[in-house]
Design a protein around this ligand. Structure first.
Ligand code: RFL
Ligand code: PHB
Length: 404
């Protein structure tokens, strides 16, 4: 067994782990990342596309924003199409000048990976049998195998940035954590295609046939999603079937101008709301998807991971520079307030915009048609009043990060 040492052991090289590693390294806080899969595999996962100002600022602070600032697109608004009638949420006007950045998670991850390589920081990709040890002591460590060699990484702290299916959360004994969960009765089928986006801004569509989202990665690459039953398989959806159904769900003026083409990625993602409390035990901190999942309807998952990173990074700095002893003990409490706000917003948007068939009424102790009417009038109210639109816009651009 080879022994290595660092200050912060980071589990997972997704955006949470890479961003935390970069920010800490910039301040001389040594860290090592252990990742289960290869770097190429991480980059092959097509996920988020919308970055809040908080994340944009954090990427700038980390010194990895050059390409985002050149190639990303600022979006000052988005549309909600509601049974064919479109409302524009003018983010800029409704939030005193705020906006969001359209720049893919894949590109954020690539920029962070490149910056990490440039700094020569260690990342153990394709690691196996990762085990967290002694997290409730002053000397935690991580055991893992890499390239046939067994390692023991001794550290001061462990940041569990290993997503929903990782080992970190499960390393907290069941009796010391509480989990909150809502699994939705449908998934999102997403495709990526090298076709110009159907509109300059995103369109979230609520229709009789279910939800659809028109999004993008650039002026030549589109990302579209359809709500589908959980029983559907990717193989059930030829490109032609996808485009036909998307046209059915887009507002007619967009359907008429939609440019179709071969998909370059197609996948189905289940939808879930999930929170683990607390987000820390001893010297282990859960960051991003390892602690919480939101349905993608509010574009909050990656952004929430970023606010966790900002909080933990701020507290670790305070602790390492001697400004505040045990500052990190405040992590979970500070992070959870913002987490629950984003959970609530994503759940609310999901409720209003999807077709729940028989599920939601039952879950809310009412028959389905009553639930549908409530949701319809909820959306109606928010879209047709400026105050309502402000409530949506304020949350979509992202609530402020807590003061540390
Ligand atoms: P990740 O990205 O899952 O990375 C975790 C990493 O940990 C590794 N890992 C392990 N490493 C070592 N040992 C183990 N035992 C390990 N087990 C796992 C994994 O291989 C992986 O590399 O978590 P992270 O970094 O917290 O980042 C979270 C975001 O990826 C996620 O919240 C967003 O993608 C969610 N999301 C969106 N968020 C937004 O803010 N805006 C959006 O527009 C948005 N759209 C989306 C989304 C997620 C989607 N899917 C597929 C779930 C759209 C979709 C379709
Ligand atoms: C995306 O472009 O992948 C995307 C955008 C907004 C969302 C979800 C996903 O709400």
């Amino acid at each position: 067994m080879q022994s290595i040492k660092t200050k912060v052991a980071i589990i997972g090289a997704g955006p949470s782990g890479l961003l935390l590693g970069q920010l800490l390294a910039n301040h001389g806080i040594d860290n090592v990342i252990i990742e289960r899969v290869s770097g190429d595999y991480v980059l092959g996962r097509i996920r988020a596309g919308i970055l809040e100002q908080g994340l944009v600022d954090l990427l700038r602070e980390a010194g990895v924003s050059k390409r985002m600032d050149e190639e990303g697109h600022i979006h000052d608004g988005f549309a909600i199409s509601y049974y064919g009638k479109s409302y524009r949420i003018d983010l800029n006007q409704l939030t005193d000048g705020k906006s969001v950045m359209c720049y893919g998670q894949t590109e954020v991850t690539r920029d962070l990976m490149d910056a990490r390589a440039d700094k020569g920081l260690s990342t153990y990709y394709s690691s196996k049998n990762v085990v967290l040890q002694d997290i409730e002591t002053a000397h935690p460590s991580v055991k893992f195998e890499h390239d046939g060699v067994s390692y023991c990484l001794e550290c001061d702290f462990i940041a569990g940035c290993d997503g929903f299916h990782g080992v970190s959360r499960k390393s907290i004994p069941e009796e010391k954590r509480q989990e909150f969960e809502r699994v939705y009765p449908f998934g999102w089928l997403g495709i990526l295609s090298d076709t110009p986006p159907v509109a300059d801004e995103l369109i979230y569509c609520k229709t009789e046939q279910g939800f659809a989202l028109a999004s993008m990665r650039s002026s030549t690459r589109s990302r579209y999603y359809l709500q589908v039953p959980l029983t559907d398989k990717v193989e059930d959806w030829s490109d032609q079937r996808f485009w036909n159904e998307l046209k059915n769900r887009l507002p007619s003026e967009s359907a008429d101008t939609l440019v179709t083409g071969p998909s370059i990625e197609k996948s189905i993602a289940p939808l879930r709301s999930f929170v683990c409390e607390p987000m820390q035990l001893g010297r282990l901190f859960l960051v991003g998807d390892s602690a919480h999942i939101v349905p993608p309807t509010g574009a909050k998952g990656l952004n929430l991971a970023a606010s966790d990173v900002a909080i933990l990074y701020g507290l670790l700095r305070k602790e390492y520079n001697g400004e505040e002893q045990n500052a990190t003990q405040r992590y979970s409490e500070l992070a959870l307030t913002r987490v629950w706000q984003a959970e609530r917003f994503s759940w609310w948007m999901s409720n209003m915009l999807h077709d729940f068939k028989d599920d939601a009424g039952e879950a809310n102790n009412m028959d389905q048609k009553t639930f549908e009417r409530f949701m319809k009038s909820e959306l109606d109210f928010y879209l047709s009043h400026e105050e309502g639109q402000k409530v949506i816009a304020t949350q979509y651009v992202g609530l402020p990060y807590p003061q540390i």
